[in-house]
Write a protein that binds this ligand. Structure first.
Ligand SMILES: [Zn+2]
Ligand SMILES: [Zn+2]
Length: 109
């Protein structure tokens, strides 16, 4: 087997595992598998499963877009809503989308 064939086989293996990971997270989103933990973290399906953020470690000041309360966050991925507003309106703290909605609900309707 030539070096090229060898590289191609290796690339195919990596490609399959990338696709496998992608499908696994798609399934998680579809089933909303972590619903309880997701509600606890006050995030919508997209922010919780898809938009996993890599945040810088530094305390960052922010203002709630709903009630103007000023908060401090331990990293740079600052929320848009405070916890109180998120609980009251059932909205995602990161992007303000509905927390309740998930693809499984849509399918059962
Ligand atoms: Zn607020
Ligand atoms: Zn969100």
């Amino acid at each position: 087997m030539s070096q090229n064939d060898h590289d191609a086989r290796y690339a195919t293996k990596i490609m399959k595992s990338t696709v496998g990971d992608f499908l696994a997270s798609a399934r998680q989103v579809a089933e909303d598998a972590d619903r309880v933990a997701r509600f606890k973290s006050r995030q919508c399906v997209a922010c919780y499963y898809v938009r996993r953020v890599c945040a810088g470690q530094s305390f960052t000041g922010w203002i709630c877009q709903e009630c103007d309360v000023v908060g401090e966050h331990p990293d740079t991925a600052v929320p848009k809503l405070c916890n109180a507003c998120s609980d009251k309106r059932k909205r995602c703290v990161r992007c303000m989308a509905s927390i309740r909605w998930c693809p499984a609900d849509e399918a059962s309707r």
